[in-house]
Design a protein around this ligand. Structure first.
Ligand SMILES: [Ca+2]
Ligand SMILES: [Ca+2]
Ligand SMILES: [Ca+2]
Length: 140
């Protein structure tokens, strides 16, 4: 079970304590994800190339590399960076433009992935539409 799946029970204090006790390898990832105000629907894919990274396979995408290079801290410098080079800065894609850890306005999910150069937050592509777009890309 990956840290990203554990995220779903993050709000339960007991769940967190269990994670900390039995999964030290996942601790860093859990702490990293906790810095971002919203992680749905991409979860692991925000930073990794796999949706279910393991200790043996956890390659980072462009945003993951920048996050790591930024000492794994979500801040204004990282928010104003465009990691995946799609003309949307990370703060826009993550829905936290001022990087204070609180989602902007009524943002409840990521509009696009800061580690995926094929999407961009200003397009307001929702998860459903995103899945449909992914299908189109894959069909090429
Ligand atoms: Ca971007
Ligand atoms: Ca904010
Ligand atoms: Ca993107």
């Amino acid at each position: 079970m990956s840290a990203c799946h554990h995220h779903r029970v993050r709000r339960a204090l007991l769940g967190v304590l269990v994670v900390l006790a039995i999964a030290p390898a996942a601790l860093a990832t859990e702490a990293d994800m906790a810095q971002l105000p919203v992680v749905e629907p991409f979860l692991c894919l925000i930073c990794h190339t796999s949706e279910d990274p393991t200790p043996d396979s956890f390659a980072l995408n462009a945003f993951g590399e920048d996050f790591l290079a930024n000492a794994r801290i979500w801040d204004a410098a990282l928010a104003s960076t465009d990691s995946d080079d799609d003309d949307c800065v990370n703060g826009v894609e993550l829905g936290d433009t001022d990087a204070d850890g609180t989602a902007d306005g009524n943002v409840t999910s990521l509009q696009s992935n800061p580690g995926d150069g094929t999407d961009c937050g200003v397009n307001t592509v929702g998860p459903t539409t995103w899945t449909e777009l992914k299908g189109l890309f894959n069909r090429k």
